[in-house]
Design a protein around this ligand. Structure first.
Ligand SMILES: *Cc1c(COP(=O)(O)O)cnc(C)c1O
Length: 235
């Protein structure tokens, strides 16, 4: 587990690298939001990162997210970045700033229903399986527009953009074409001016490839290991 100094140093370094990537392509640093992915790290790590200035956190499991929110007990921006089952929707609507992982009409309908009940608007992203990987969630790029059109009429729900988890690779450059295709898809959908749909958010890039993602237009990068250190999957 990382100590306080490590988290602080990691944050400084990641923010600098985001900033450098922005500069390389003429983007402004404030176009990119850093989501600190705290999954499998304790509430104390979130508190430490928050003390170092981070205020936006991501979790991939509903139970872990709601437990940690309560343990941390601070007013932070929480993002659900992992797959969401319909029966868990009620635990996150009204609690998170954004749900990144909508890939079916069914789950969108459940989110809409809960948001209506709670009297809130739920901000969602459509997850795209950009590399058509067998193991990944998300719609194919071809299915994306149709799903967005069918979701866009649901009440108390706002489609804010797209999200992808690019292939796991040791060569970040190999993901550049996927990030570029995500940006193109996002621009293409934005140009259709669908009611209730904006494409302001492009959530892509993780510890291994976020600089390339930023160069290709990411507005939100999701970084776990790069901030909190390697996760221990054996506990
Ligand atoms: C775990 C996770 C991340 C962060 O991964 P790192 O490689 O540790 O930066 C980003 N996005 C999703 C959806 C994740 O589940």
């Amino acid at each position: 587990m990382s100590d306080n100094t490590t988290i602080n140093n990691n944050l400084i370094s990641i923010v600098q690298r985001i900033s450098d990537a922005c500069q390389r392509v003429g983007r402004s640093r404030d176009e990119v939001t850093l989501i600190c992915v705290s999954k499998m790290n304790p509430a104390e790590a979130v508190i430490e990162a928050n003390d170092c200035g981070a205020d936006t956190f991501g979790e991939n499991k509903v139970q872990e997210l709601t437990d940690k929110m309560q343990q941390v007990g601070r007013d932070l921006n929480w993002h659900l970045i992992g797959h969401l089952q319909t029966n868990k929707v009620k635990y996150v609507v009204g609690k998170v700033a954004m749900i990144h992982s909508v890939d079916s009409l069914r789950v969108a309908q459940a989110i809409s229903r809960e948001a209506l009940k709670a009297g809130v608007t739920a901000n969602i992203l459509i997850e795209v399986n950009i590399a058509l990987e067998e193991s990944k969630f998300g719609v194919t790029p071809n299915e994306c527009e149709t799903l967005i059109r069918s979701i866009s009429s649901l009440p108390n729900l706002k489609i804010c953009g797209l999200m992808t988890v690019a292939p796991d690779t040791s060569d970040p450059e190999s993901n550049r074409p996927y990030f570029r295709r995500m940006k193109e898809l996002s621009v293409d959908i934005a140009s259709q001016n669908i009611d209730n749909v904006s494409m302001n958010v492009l959530s892509m890039g993780m510890s291994g490839d976020f600089e390339v993602a930023v160069e290709e237009g990411a507005t939100h990068v999701r970084i776990g290991t790069g901030i909190f250190g390697r996760r221990n999957y054996t506990i």
